[in-house]
Design a protein around this ligand. Sequence first.
Ligand SMILES: Cc1cc2nc3c(=O)[nH]c(=O)nc-3n(C[C@H](O)[C@H](O)[C@H](O)COP(=O)(O)OP(=O)(O)OC[C@H]3O[C@@H](n4cnc5c(N)ncnc54)[C@H](O)[C@@H]3O)c2cc1C
Length: 386
Amino acid sequence: MSARDRDLLEIRSAVAKLCASFPMEYWRETDRERRYPAEFVAELTRAGWLACLVPEEYGGAGLTLAAAAAVLEEIQKSGANGAACHAQMYTMGTVLRHCSEAQKRKYLPAIAKGELRLQAFGVTEPSAGTDTSSIRTSAVKKGGRYVVNGQKVWTSRAEHSDLMLLLARTTPREQVQKKTDGLSVFIVDMKAAVGRGLTIRPIRTMINHATTEVFFEDLEIPEENLVGEEGKGFRYVLDGMNAERILIGAECIGDARWFIAKATDYANERKVFGRPIGQNQGVQFPIARAYMATEAAALMVERAAALYDAGRPCGPESNMAKQLAAEASWQAGDMCLQTHGGFGFAEEYDVERKFRETRLYQIAPISTNLVLCYIAEHVLHLPRSY
Ligand SMILES: Cc1cc2nc3c(=O)[nH]c(=O)nc-3n(C[C@H](O)[C@H](O)[C@H](O)COP(=O)(O)OP(=O)(O)OC[C@H]3O[C@@H](n4cnc5c(N)ncnc54)[C@H](O)[C@@H]3O)c2cc1C
């Protein structure tokens, strides 16, 4: 076994141990009450996992994206839900590559110590989900500040974060040549902003996701909180989005592995007509199919993470990793529910909760159709369809 594989194995085993101290009843209860799993997030933070991508010179563990993917996969594989905190990892894709040295010195050591949380990523708007370039939230420079007006939706964890990475338009769409130009990224100090131009309203959803809508009304942001160059923000968030797709792909692999293990156990134990249901090919084949789909998708997640860590282009691989993994987890979730028969619907088996949770990744952070559009256009050079 290589040193890298040994390191990943150690990471997986440490994360699995931490997750084991949060029994399934904890996740059932937080889900039932739509309560943020603050205790779990605090433990992950204390153990340093949420800052694992922060370089050592800023106080983090300086791990690779492949290692961060192993952390998130392990969380999901334990039956937990890493969506409560995964943004602190994927926002690093933008922060580490595009924040200035001064910004990194200001924020990263505090994030590594767990004193600051960077858990919110504000991109989607009510009239601009898939079509990011048509966002309307504007940031207008006035003296040494930017004044922000507009609205975001589905800004998850906003109530449980100190900082937000915000995408806003700094040059009106009519005044730019390419519609993706004129967008800029900002670091918003949310604690300072709430009540002074920033309002957060929770949205209740079919899963426990702490998601919100966020309103900006003449919110002032100091100009030093602009990330990189004004107008180049779309490119910066794309770097974050590749990291996000790979990490969410890894979460889906974790979900799929949880579903497969749960279904296999149940198929071995549950006896109908005097024999285990898993003895029937009609029950075992869907498990075997889900297993194969998961293993294949896991290879693509691994490949995309390796390219990302090597600093190489990885748009197609990141998108394919997320899509294949999301499809594998959904296939495994459906199979697991079917294998459990009626009991799959009972809260105490956790299948229905994980089934709801994993469904999200067909839609967010990018819907399956748009990944297909991306592959068709950018990899296969078919005409752009939208
Ligand atoms: C629980 C949850 C948490 C989220 N968290 C965040 C977050 O933290 N930050 C953030 O910025 N966003 C977040 N999102 C938003 C998420 O990224 C968007 O929902 C997603 O990008 C899809 O955008 P939309 O909902 O506006 O769908 P739309 O863009 O309205 O699309 C609706 C449907 O039409 C399809 N469609 C649209 N155009 C085409 C086309 N040209 N070809 C084929 N099909 C098409 C889509 O595939 C989709 O199925 C979250 C969403 C949810 C539900």
